[in-house]
Write a protein that binds this ligand. Structure first.
Ligand code: RP5
Length: 153
């Protein structure tokens, strides 16, 4: 059977972000939402990030989740190259506890919004991505309704 086309594009700045981002993948798995994962830094691999972001919509991606730490410009750079909504996940850091990542991600200039969840808020990024898709996809909205019902039981 063919794999479902990914609708969430997850990008992170480093392999070192992977453990903190596992809850995002786990939540999407639990909700039955297909996703793709890319590791590329806005600073170390700018051309790769550019190409990935610019082609995301054509690949069928609906929402992007971008995780990075320290001077965390990845979400903003991705948002510069795609019309898709971008959810940033600030990574907890050893020096400044992730406040550095958080402030880098939320202080976007006017005209280029990036949504931002809590420091290491990978699970919420997944849920928010499904909620965004749910605004014009009843099946996606039902997944969130099911999750809420499960939490309340
Ligand atoms: C950022 O710098 C990454 O997103 C990561 O959170 C942080 C440290 O990266 P490594 O030095 O561990 O590759 O680009």
């Amino acid at each position: 059977m063919a794999e479902a086309t990914p609708v969430v594009g997850i990008i992170m700045g480093s392999e070192s972000d992977m453990p903190a981002m596992e809850p995002c993948m786990a939540q999407l798995d639990a909700m039955g939402v297909p996703y793709e994962v890319k590791v590329a830094s806005a600073h170390r691999k700018p051309a790769v990030v550019h190409e990935w972001a610019e082609t995301a919509a054509d690949r069928g991606i609906k929402v992007i989740v971008a995780a990075a730490g320290k001077a965390a410009h990845l979400g903003g750079v991705v948002a510069a190259f795609t019309p898709l909504p971008v959810i940033a996940v600030p990574m907890k850091t050893s020096d400044l506890g992730g406040l550095d990542s958080l402030l880098s991600m939320v202080q976007m200039p006017s005209g280029v919004p990036v949504a931002c969840v809590a420091i290491n808020g990978a699970k919420n990024a997944a849920i928010l991505a499904v909620q965004m898709m749910g605004t014009n996809d009843p099946a996606m909205l039902q997944k969130v309704a099911d999750l809420k019902a499960e939490m309340a039981s």
